[in-house]
Design a protein around this ligand. Structure first.
Ligand code: ZN
Length: 352
């Protein structure tokens, strides 16, 4: 019996069968191992797809259309920090890291040119400007011509298992959005670690990289300086107390409510203040349901203020996106019977 019949009989929304999911993973693995990665674009495309399905997809096997512009906006976010110079004291040179083996990647050059001509501190701050829309158009063109065009060429042949290409969009095939949502952390981690390796192995980057070992955080994380600003602003908004234990203290740290290891993209609504002890203890765990309820209420109530902080500091903000990421994280985790972090040494349910 194929899974569509199974779904119909059970009267539930259809989901891919276990075999289909395994086949998907096998193909993803082939893609990473047998594809020709002549630049980092394919990693960026995989990360973008895995992000977009969390925000826009559903927990069934339906197809999902994503426009080239939606994908291009994710590319700009991913490459924004990477288009600025990587500086380290021990290196011979300081410069923008090479993202391919020929001349610098076109998308990096386009973002650099945009940043040279405009004074926006982030894609989020730039998003309403006419110039930014032009940048999206240019990046969408490159994305369509290159990674979208070539991603499904694997091991010298075609393996078109992810999407169909349309004029200005792609359509994720039946079951693909479901599998990408289900295996999002795995796809993200693979793509990020291969991307970091690619940059390290590119001989042209040797003089820039030096011996410092913070490449991964430079490529994918919000800088400490920016996080310090977030901390300062959240203290003004929420007062100096820990989100989790309510302890009043000025020694607060910024915590990713949905752990960064689970969803590695910084969104302003996902930041809370935690005392060092709660922060250390929670670590990469998902917080228990009581904390989720508190967080949901808090971000809805403070939406405007949080949005403003994000715009000033330059961190992406979108309440709906943050809520759907939370829903996805808790849905995935409670399916796997995981426990949530309540407080130091105590774990509890994730379900309602
Ligand atoms: Zn605490």
């Amino acid at each position: 019996m194929d899974y569509s019949q199974q779904g119909k009989i059970l009267g539930m929304s259809k989901i891919p069968s276990a075999e289909d999911q395994l086949e998907f993973l096998t193909k993803i693995q082939r893609l990473f191992n047998e594809s020709d990665f002549s630049s980092t674009y394919k990693y960026a495309l995989l990360i973008s797809l895995a992000d977009l399905v969390i925000e826009l997809g559903k927990d069934d096997d339906s197809e999902l259309e994503l426009t080239n512009r939606q994908i291009a906006e994710r590319f700009i976010e991913l490459y924004w920090q990477q288009s600025s110079p990587y500086k380290t004291s021990k290196a011979i040179d300081s410069g923008v890291l090479y993202q391919n083996h020929g001349t610098q990647a076109a998308i990096i050059r386009a973002i650099q040119a945009f940043r040279d001509e405009n004074s926006f501190n982030s894609p989020n701050a730039a998003k309403h400007s006419k110039e930014y829309k032009k940048l999206v158009t240019a990046v969408a063109g490159t994305v369509a011509k290159q990674p979208i065009n070539y991603l499904q060429n694997v091991g010298g042949g075609a393996l078109p298992f992810l999407y169909e290409r349309n004029t200005s969009s792609i359509t994720l095939k039946i079951g693909v959005a479901y599998c990408l949502r289900r295996f999002q952390p795995l796809v993200q981690q693979l793509a990020r670690s291969r991307w970091t390796d690619y940059i390290k192995k590119n001989a042209k980057n040797m003089p820039i990289l030096g011996e410092k070992d913070d490449l991964n955080s430079f490529l994918f994380e919000t800088s400490r300086k920016t996080l310090a600003l977030v901390c300062k602003e959240l203290k003004v908004l929420y007062g100096c107390k820990c989100f989790y234990c309510n302890k009043a203290t000025t020694e607060l740290e910024v915590d990713h409510f949905i752990p960064f290891s689970l969803y590695p993209r910084d969104l302003m609504h996902n930041f809370v203040l935690a005392c060092p002890s709660c922060n250390r203890s929670k670590s990469d765990s998902l917080a228990a349901r009581i904390h989720l309820d508190k967080w949901t209420k808090s971000v809805k109530k403070n939406d405007e203020a949080v949005k403003q902080i994000g715009e000033v500091i330059g961190i992406a903000t979108n309440l709906e996106t943050s809520l759907s990421i939370a829903q996805w994280s808790y849905g995935t985790a409670s399916g796997g019977h995981a426990n949530g972090w309540v407080k130091t040494g105590q774990y509890g349910g994730l379900k309602k």
